[in-house]
Design a protein around this ligand. Structure first.
Ligand code: PRP
Ligand code: URA
Length: 215
């Protein structure tokens, strides 16, 4: 993982497998089925990095030969929170890595004219203050959706939140960090800019439409 001094709070996962898969994901000729599988796989690889500092506690275990002290992740179950719709594409891959994780949902869509987020659903597990949250969305463009989602999570009591996205824009990263400097951002790529319709360039297009085949 690397950081960018100009964009505090951001880490970029530069693992060769992540970068290879991301390139196929960007390709406009990649079919929906492969697109979905790649989002899943990249999310899993990114979650591996994002969870590298989860707290552990000692636990006794009986091997076939003797008793020893092993380690297990301590505390309440990790909670994944996809931002609907496109964030849903990241959930299954991470659940392969952390099958016991809980899953909350935040429903938000970006108004096409104003680019402002409109929220329509919110459900996360109880005891939010005691959980580690991974907020998931493939795209961080203007940052409006991520900022609104983090606002909602914090209002519900969440304090330990990380934001995982695949492609980020410099503006989106800066907006999230300005509003929520305590929330680390992990991405697979930091792209150049947004176009006049708020799409990331070079980007990968509309993640929700490519995942669900709605265009
Ligand atoms: C996309 C994307 C993010 C948001 C990013 O979702 O999945 O949630 O846009 O843009 P922002 O950083 O400018 O807020 P969209 O609103 O298109 O909804 P969808 O996932 O239902 O397609
Ligand atoms: N949402 C997307 O799905 N893609 C973008 O490039 C920007 C917002």
């Amino acid at each position: 993982m690397t950081t960018t001094p100009a964009l505090p709070g951001l880490s970029i996962v530069r693992h060769p497998l992540v970068q290879h898969k991301l390139t196929i994901l960007r390709d406009k000729s990649t079919p929906k089925k492969i697109f979905k599988e790649l989002v899943d796989e990249i999310a899993m690889l990114m979650a591996y990095e994002a969870t590298s500092d989860l707290a552990l506690e000692p636990v006794p275990v009986d091997t076939p030969l003797e008793r020893m002290t092993g380690q297990r992740v301590s505390g309440k179950k990790l909670t994944l929170v996809p931002i609907l719709r496109a964030g849903l594409g990241m959930v299954e891959g991470i659940l392969k890595l952390v099958p016991s994780a809980r899953v909350g949902h935040i429903g938000l869509y970006r108004d096409h004219a104003t680019l402002e987020p409109v929220d329509y659903y919110f459900k996360i597990p109880a005891d939010a203050g005691e959980r580690d949250f991974l907020l998931l969305d493939p795209m961080l463009a203007t940052g409006g959706s991520a900022v609104a989602a983090i606002n909602s999570l914090k209002k519900a009591g969440a304090v330990r939140i990380r934001f995982l996205c695949l492609v980020a824009s410099p503006l989106g990263v800066a907006r999230v960090h300005d509003a929520h400097p305590d929330v680390p951002i992990l991405c697979a790529a930091l792209d150049r800019e947004l176009n006049e319709r708020g799409y990331i360039l070079p980007g990968l297009g509309d993640a929700g439409d490519r995942l669900f085949g709605t265009r």
